[in-house]
Design a protein around this ligand. Structure first.
Ligand SMILES: Nc1ncnc2c1ncn2[C@@H]1O[C@H](COP(=O)(O)OP(=O)(O)OP(=O)(O)O)[C@@H](O)[C@H]1O
Ligand SMILES: [Mg+2]
Length: 488
């Protein structure tokens, strides 16, 4: 069900570099081709539909500059990113003048790689069509569809949304409370060709059982006591647009049959009515309950489940994408600065460390509330530990209680957020968030390795990530196995 992946060609004569870079790009959801030199790369370019080339400058046979020139002849819009060693600015400048999209310096910084790749691919998308684009494709750093994030799971979400947004396909969104299910449902509607028609939301948990049918399908005069007139239901109101059935898990079983029929036939009758009404409605459903379990217990019909689950979108909990927390925090600080007429321009490192390790059972909604409260209580121009509620303040750093996370971040106060509520953080801000993140990650890993005497498997367990994931991280951060630090 995943959409086609963007295809990236990595060209370098050094196998290790190809491997590290491909691994990261694949993890970010791209399809990666590799070549050892320019000659081989040109062969791949002719055979595959490549969206982006990342190439080293110095290579045997055919070098990066020559590859750039020839690639432009094959596809003038193809973005080419150059890999340069530290301190070889002249080469980078020459490459940019010749038409390279950007350059990356060795050793790689994974956030930088991710940012440049995303930017390059977006530029290609934009130049591919002259037509004016809906809001979700207007590039703002760190956010698309109004959904903030750049963790792999969010990049994957963008890819799924790109694929399904403008289709009539039924989507079932699952995720814990506060993970953004409604936000995603609205984004799907807003970026579809139905956006000028209605988006009708029905909270199935809030409608009394007896009223559910008339709410959904409407009623005719005299259908029941008190039905003095006739009234269209939510299905009719959503005609031509999108119907969002929130908390679908709490819909009564009797109603599930009627709903299934309405979905399957695109038609229904009002309560007390004889006329069959046909509508064109795109259905999006959401739930935070485990429907599979409900099916097993007889609370949810399996046939309805399969009808709804055409495209499943599972939203990750905030714990699963803690790397997005700095971006989200800065986004919400900007929002509440405007709303509460404050001018907060950063987060004390100790406070950010807690925000990143607290488990967030209420997910983004809880984070948003915590930041609102903190902005309100904050007297200075920086959020402090003391501005956070006790439960967050008490969040233990993952590995050890001795406050290493503060030291990890100590030289990186966060810069000002942008004033506009909807805009994403500036490049400068992202640079700093990124630097702080890498330092924090590095510290966490070093500590975990120290605690486990360099045993990667045990350290991975302590950090709640896979061993492979930890090894990749260590490579990216230039950490050697056996627990000693140093550049690879
Ligand atoms: N990725 C995101 N970026 C920015 N804001 C987000 C993001 N995800 C969620 N939010 C915000 O968090 C809040 C909660 O989101 P939403 O109401 O969509 O969650 P939900 O999954 O529907 O929750 P519930 O299950 O409790 O109904 C909203 O204010 C929403 O705008
Ligand atoms: Mg909701």
């Amino acid at each position: 069900m995943l959409p086609e992946h963007k295809q990236i060609l990595v060209v370098d004569d050094e196998p290790n570099l190809r491997r590290v870079l491909s691994a990261q790009l694949e993890r970010d959801g791209y399809e990666v081709h590799t070549a050892e030199d320019g000659e081989q790369a040109l062969g791949i370019l002719k055979e595959h539909h490549i969206d982006l080339v990342i190439t080293d400058l110095r290579m045997p046979r055919l070098d990066g500059m020559e590859l750039l020139r020839r690639a432009q002849k094959i596809d003038a819009e193809l973005p080419v990113v150059m890999i340069t060693a530290h301190g070889t600015v002249d080469n980078a400048v020459e490459a940019l003048k010749t038409g390279a999209f950007d350059y990356l310096t060795k050793p790689f910084d994974q956030v930088e790689v991710r940012t440049i790749v995303a930017k390059a691919l977006r530029t290609r998308d934009l130049s591919a069509t002259e037509a004016s684009r809906p809001f979700h494709e207007i590039p703002t750093e760190g956010a698309r569809y109004g959904i903030i994030g750049q963790s792999p799971s969010i990049l994957e979400l963008y890819a799924v949304l790109d694929r399904v947004a403008d289709t009539p396909t039924t989507v079932l969104i699952t995720g814990e409370s506060g993970t953004g299910k409604e936000l995603v449902a609205r984004a799907l509607h807003e970026s579809s060709s139905r956006h000028d028609k209605s988006f009708i939301k029905v909270n199935c948990a809030a409608i009394p059982k007896d009223l559910m049918e008339s709410e959904l399908f409407g009623y005719e005069r005299g259908a029941f006591t008190g039905a003095v007139g006739s009234k269209p239901g939510r299905f009719e109101l959503a005609s031509g647009g999108t119907l969002f059935l929130d908390e679908i898990g709490s819909i009564p079983v009797e109603m599930q049959v009627k709903l299934l029929r309405a979905l399957q036939e695109s038609e229904f009758e009002r309560v007390g009515g004889v006329r069959t009404i046909r509508v064109d409605v795109r259905l999006i459903a959401a739930t935070n309950s485990d429907l599979k379990k409900e099916i097993a217990q007889g609370g949810f019909r399996e046939d309805l489940y399969y009808r709804l689950n055409v495209v499943p979108i599972r939203l990750p909990s905030l714990r699963e994408r803690a790397s997005d927390i700095p971006l989200l925090v800065m986004h919400f600080i900007g929002k509440f600065n405007t709303r509460l007429k404050k001018d907060i321009d950063g987060v004390e490192p100790a406070a950010l460390a807690r925000l990143m390790t607290y488990p967030w059972p209420g997910n983004i909604r809880e984070l948003e509330n915590v930041v609102e409260r903190a902005v309100l209580f904050c007297d200075g121009d920086e959020l402090h530990l003391s501005d956070l509620p006790a439960e967050v303040r008490g969040a233990a750093p993952i590995v050890t209680p001795i406050g290493f996370a503060e030291s990890a971040l100590s030289s990186t106060p966060l810069p000002p957020p942008s004033a506009e509520t909807n805009s994403a953080p500036s490049d400068g801000l992202k640079e700093q968030v990124k630097a702080a993140m890498s330092r924090l990650e590095r510290e966490l890993i070093v500590r975990a390795l120290e605690q486990t005497n360099g045993n990667v498997t045990h350290a991975a367990r302590l950090l709640k990530i896979s061993r492979k994931g930890l090894q990749l991280k260590m490579k990216e951060l230039g950490l050697r196995e056996q627990g000693d630090r140093g550049e690879v």
